[in-house]
Write a protein that binds this ligand. Sequence first.
Ligand code: ADP
Ligand code: SF4
Length: 697
Amino acid sequence: MPRDPRHDILFEPVRIGPKTLRNRFYQVPHCTGFGSEKPGSHARFRGMKAEGGWAAVCTEEALVSVDSDFWPVVSTRFWDDDDLRNLALMCDEAHRFDSLAGIELTHGGAHARAREARVPAVAPSQLASDYDHFVVPKTMEPDDIRRVQADWVRAAKAAREAGFDIVYVYGGHSYLPLQFLSPFYNRRTDAYGGSLENRARFWLETLELVREAIGEDCAIAVRLCVEALGPAGVELEEGLAYIRLADHLVDLWDVNVGSITDWSKDSGASRFFPEGYQLEWTGRVREATAKPIVGVGRLTNPDRMAEIVRSGAWDLIGAARPSISDPFLPSKVEEGLYGEIRECIGCNICISKAEWGSHIGCTQNATAGEEYRRGWHPERFERAENADRDVLVVGAGPAGMECAIVLGKRGFRRVHLVDAEAEIGGCMRWIPELPGLGEWARVVNWRRIQLEKLRNVEVIVGERLDTDGVRTYGAELVVVATGAHWAGDGRTYLTHDPIAGADASLPHVLTPEQVMLEGKVPPGKRVVVYDGEGYFTAAGLAEKLAGEGFAVELVTCLDKIAPVCDETLEGPLLRQHLHDRGIGQRAGVVLSGIEPGRVAATDEFGEALELEADAVVLVTQRLSDEALYLELRADEDALRSEGVEALYRIGDCVAPRIVAEAIFDGHRLAREIDAENPAVPLPYRRERISLESAALP
Ligand code: ADP
Ligand code: SF4
């Protein structure tokens, strides 16, 4: 299918200062967790997006000074020649595919813990950080200001030498330049505080110095949260006023909303923010500048992108998450392969992994973060050495669907994906039905299209296979992906034992699947949803039941309601949202007994309490559906006599995990199904520090 001519506008080149972008797709700076620690992974990760058609790919935060360090959060630093050499790898990767490389030079100011360097954070004024309340910075003296500006210039010159085309004087997310600009952080009474002109002075001076040093060779970009949507920054009118002041020094305005404490409103989860949500504020930046503008808003729809450009609001379509979920989004639009676009679902697992895990990963794109260390390419699959076999995949949940797709792309003769239910999707048949999670259905939608297209893959639904059915199916390779279910006896991480009276065969005790799939309705009016997991399921069920008229109390044995959602930037908004819907919330409460009409519990100090409840929904822990696999494994002779050469299991059937990990597991097995022992992942390439000299100084 040729490209829709309405999208041609997205492929026009755009000039920014001395550089030209080959189209309007721009990967804005975003964190990865690779930082200075994993330069190879970082280079390949960005290079993949350049190959996929993004006209510019940018680093994550690259900190200019020793006192700008966020450790233990991993980030890139740009302090010395070793950093230069490592970052040059990324520039080479970008240039290999005719993309520009951008570097997010910045300084964390009040938020920089500098725990590694053991120096105090520095800021315009001595006010405790709203990012880490335990950091109280030093007020910057004039010498500190000049030192940081000199660091910025040094880093900018080094960035030019490394090969960067776009250099940021980055003040997004309430970093140091914005801290000077914002009265929330800046209480100075000298030439750097007070009026807007004074508060803008640090940023303007730094821009002037950087422009003077490298402006002929590199495009100078500024990122600015034009509306903080909270106290930690500036409001829109002041944001626009700053743009007018600095416009002559800037080649590209990269604009967004939120702040470091209100990052949840910048990297908005789909639960609360629809595609294009930032336009409400960043759509007004044109009033203040004629220079190129790039904005973001989890955009994956090319019609919408073209409309935005045509309206004149922005010149470039910026993306972090849509480029993680599909690094080849621009090429797919260019070639008219619209159905191939693997759209971001707005779950923010990428952020949770980059900030709290070892490094970035993605629910939709199993290859994200694996480009270097496992050599995975999201669009290229090698024919398997054992592709002449037939494969049976039992279970069409996220793991089974992904595995069947990759096996199909690896050229297997026949792949049968069989599921007991009438629809594919497994747990993803009902999770997107939870309030706010509709966009998560994209996990199944994209895979359904892929499965339909692969001629060597057949999907069979409504067929529950038992051991005999599997053995005699006629496949040489068998993959069991039968998933997991929620425990019906209330066991949690805390006690490891059932709760007295918890039995999901009783009318007043329910599991998530019973509510969502079986139509089991709580008797009475008062419902306790008991959460031992702390992610989206209990909160989602509480909201759903409250919406149906039940009086719902969400009770958790954890210290906080839905703490895992804090990692995905949903937590504070979610707790407020539940509160606004009249849902009671109790943390630190351990259920000890369930009876019709009441539950017995203890509070966080061990004091007994009783809650009135006509029904209890147990969201305590999941258990793998592994019986089929274990029975098959128990009789290897029976398998062999029917011609089954190998049996594997993947996804929640191995251990219940988040959807991203189930998909990854299915993908991994299919990528390595012709390895010596596919059940065990192949070793991945590690990036280790090795000292240049064997002798210590
Ligand atoms: P995962 O997250 O690991 O992919 P899910 O629980 O989402 O797991 O999906 C498992 C799927 O396996 C469900 O759709 C379920 O209907 C299917 N399934 C489980 N047991 C069988 C079986 N014996 N035969 C066919 N399908 C099965
Ligand atoms: Fe989008 Fe989720 Fe992937 Fe992040 S992890 S890019 S939010 S699909």
